[in-house]
Ligand binder design. Structure first.
Ligand SMILES: NC(=O)c1ccc[n+]([C@@H]2O[C@H](COP(=O)([O-])OP(=O)(O)OC[C@H]3O[C@@H](n4cnc5c(N)ncnc54)[C@H](OP(=O)(O)O)[C@@H]3O)[C@@H](O)[C@H]2O)c1
Length: 296
């Protein structure tokens, strides 16, 4: 598994990382998560991303691979300890949330704590960023980051206070390629691509009632010819995300232990050929309108 240095951090991140939301929201069993993460670590995974609000994701990860803590970089997020939609960006609340994450993950420190998609206004108030800096001073995290999109992500980079940016990048979400990634690269930030497969939203025959409904709609307009070939569609989508300049790791979510091997084999084929990459970019520029913003 190829690794890329995560910006100015000392982390050499595997290009394929693990996104921990699905195991939480889909209530994967402890056994499944142990199998999934154990075999992935054996095969080269070294980035695991989770959040305080992904139901039991942190606890499941702690139980499954806590004993192998030195084998991987552990990222979490804070801001919604009471569940998504019940945000609390006050300084003390955020510190409590990080402390709770450490307990749930069964570790003395994580490698990265990220603000979980707070608004531009919250970022501008500054307290939330100060909270992460305090967590770093206390040794609870080695690095701090912002996870989010659009104008807030741009502002987060401009503050110069974050080590990393986690942002949506995929065949159906390309705003970041112009709005944030060039600046993040210039500043030496680590970049983590979230939702790197656009939630495979093209697999549905009807508009899904889900947070990826927008991707479904966009893909119907984008009509990429490669999506018609089921056997190569996921590989092309994943290799596109990892071919974007400035991206260091793509955190794919799944509850299925066999996915890691499948996705690792796709990634091993390296970047997309330039003509395929340029074709996807050209199609996006042709049809994307101003409403096609980065999706949180
Ligand atoms: N605001 C934020 O900070 C934020 C928001 C969203 C996501 N995230 C992070 O980003 C991670 C990834 O995002 P995501 O899980 O929403 O989107 P994603 O990684 O783009 O898509 C996940 C979906 O891809 C499917 N999949 C994976 N490998 C596949 C394969 N080889 N073939 C077919 N389907 C495949 C999975 O289905 P199966 O279960 O069938 O494998 C899953 O439903 C999250 O887990 C989370 O850590 C952060």
């Amino acid at each position: 598994m190829q690794q890329r240095k995560l910006g100015k951090t000392d982390i050499n991140a595997s290009v394929l990382g693990f996104g921990g939301s699905e195991i939480g929201y889909q209530r994967a069993s402890a056994r499944t998560v142990a199998k999934l993460l154990g075999s992935a670590l054996d095969a080269g995974l070294n980035v695991i991303d989770t959040a305080e609000c992904y139901e039991d994701s942190e606890v499941l990860i702690g139980k499954a691979v806590g004993a192998r803590r030195n084998d991987f970089a552990l990222f979490t997020k804070c801001g919604h300890a009471g569940g998504w939609g019940r945000a609390d960006w006050r300084l003390e609340a955020l510190l409590k949330s990080v402390e709770r994450s450490l307990k749930r993950l069964g570790t003395a420190h994580v490698d990265l704590v990220q603000l979980h998609s707070c608004s531009l206004d919250v970022l501008k108030r500054g307290d939330a960023i100060t909270a992460l800096e305090r967590a770093r001073e206390r040794g609870w995290t080695r690095y701090i980051g912002y996870s989010g999109d659009g104008a807030a992500a741009r502002y987060a980079i401009e503050t110069g206070r974050f080590d990393t940016l986690q942002t949506s990048i995929s065949i159906a979400d390309q705003e970041a390629l112009e709005l944030t990634l060039p600046l993040a690269r210039e500043r030496g930030m680590g970049v983590i691509a979230k939702r790197p497969l656009a939630n495979v939203a093209w697999r549905y025959t009807r508009r899904p009632e889900s947070y990826y409904a927008d991707y479904y709609e966009r893909l119907r307009v984008l009509t990429y010819p490669f999506l018609e070939k089921a056997e190569t569609a996921v590989a092309t989508a994943l290799r596109f995300t990892l071919s974007v300049p400035g991206v260091h790791t793509a955190i794919v979510g799944t509850t299925k232990p066999e996915r890691w091997q499948e996705n690792a084999a796709m990634v091993a084929r390296g970047p997309l050929p330039k003509k395929d990459f340029d074709g996807i970019r050209a199609r996006w520029r042709e049809v994307a309108d101003a409403s096609w913003e980065g999706q949180v």
